[in-house]
Ligand binder design. Structure first.
Ligand code: CP
Length: 320
């Protein structure tokens, strides 16, 4: 088994074989999730805590479902009603929860690097559910599974990632994962939303949608992350949609069988046309949501196996 990680903090530390192992196991959980009886026992007796300092629908709900389907006790911390509101720090909150002996902790935080810092302070396996503008590894894994199922492979594809690249942890994790799997990646967006050194990341950079989309196999749209912007980066939503919003006319420049992706939440009429987003012949947006549960089940299953092995090895060391 190649997946040896203690935590899942980003895509960057993963080898291609580890990525493939997560996706292969997730395929089995897709089948389980389509049954009426969705129970498995990979996390039986274990405790998962969800700790989300930023809003979430998809990631938080899918971690909760994934944990429950695998037999774990799951607690989703209501951060807005917690002692964080009385000034308790991230680390004190984590140490407090750690004392309750969780086995898995899924954490989302607005600061890049906060989840990795927290992982150094606790005894359980930590999963990065999105940290600032840094990484969102389970999103990239679920996107990879969606692409592999739709296109029949996860390499030698031309993938266009479009929109607010600068503020997007989804773009960053996808860029790393798709690069490791030997795809051609194009970043498309206005120069104000392109990170410095984008070309050094191994991608081609475009500010013209039609040119960037030409021949693309996968079109991945991103939300304008206004909550991470200090000041205006685009003249207006209307102007942005005109130049960078995905509609049928712009999509016609991509491959005829190109798939349309969006991590959600979507701003219809800003980065994507609503009718196109709902077009089941082109859009795989709801598949991405479905794959999210399966990928999080697979990631937690593999982390739990490593955690058990670690604990056994330590117990054996104590006995010796
Ligand atoms: N894609 C994603 O992270 O969505 P949520 O913010 O709803 O979790």
């Amino acid at each position: 088994m190649p997946f040896r990680a203690r935590h899942l903090l980003g895509i960057a530390p993963l080898a291609p074989a580890e990525i493939v192992e997560v996706l292969d196991l997730a395929e089995r959980y897709v089948e389980l999730n389509r049954r009426t009886d969705k129970r498995a026992d990979a996390l039986l007796g274990m405790t998962l805590i969800n700790l989300f300092f930023e809003p979430s629908t998809r990631t938080q709900a899918s971690f909760e479902l994934a944990g429950k389907r695998l037999g774990a006790d799951v607690m989703t911390m209501p951060v807005a009603h917690s002692s964080v509101k009385k000034g308790e720090t991230l680390i004190d909150t984590a140490l407090t929860l750690n004392a309750m002996r969780p086995d898995l902790l899924a954490v989302r935080h607005g600061a890049s690097g906060a989840v990795a810092l927290l992982a150094q302070k606790v005894d359980c396996a930590v999963i990065n559910a999105g940290d600032g503008q840094h990484e969102h590894p389970t999103q990239a894994l679920l996107d990879a599974l969606t692409i592999r199922r739709a296109k029949g492979r996860l390499s030698r594809l031309t993938v266009a990632i479009c929109g607010d690249i600068a503020h997007s942890r989804v773009a960053r994790s996808n860029l790393i994962l798709l690069g490791k799997m030997e795809n051609r990646i194009r970043l498309i967006g206005p120069p104000t939303l392109m990170p410095a050194g984008a070309r050094d990341l191994g991608a081609e950079v475009y500010d013209d949608m039609r040119a960037g989309l030409t021949g693309a196999d996968v079109v991945m749209m991103l939300r304008l992350q206004t909550e991470r912007m200090d000041g205006a980066h685009v003249p207006s939503s209307r102007e942005y949609y005109h130049r960078y919003g995905l509609d049928a006319e712009k999509l016609a420049h991509a491959s005829p069988d190109a798939i349309v992706m969006h991590p959600g939440p979507m701003n219809r009429g800003v980065e994507i046309d609503g009718t196109l987003a709902d077009d089941i012949n082109r859009s795989v947006i709801q598949d991405q949501v479905e794959m999210g549960v399966a990928v999080r089940m697979a990631a937690m299953d593999l982390l739990a196996r490593n955690l058990r092995a670690d604990r056994c090895a330590r117990a054996a060391g104590v006995m010796a």
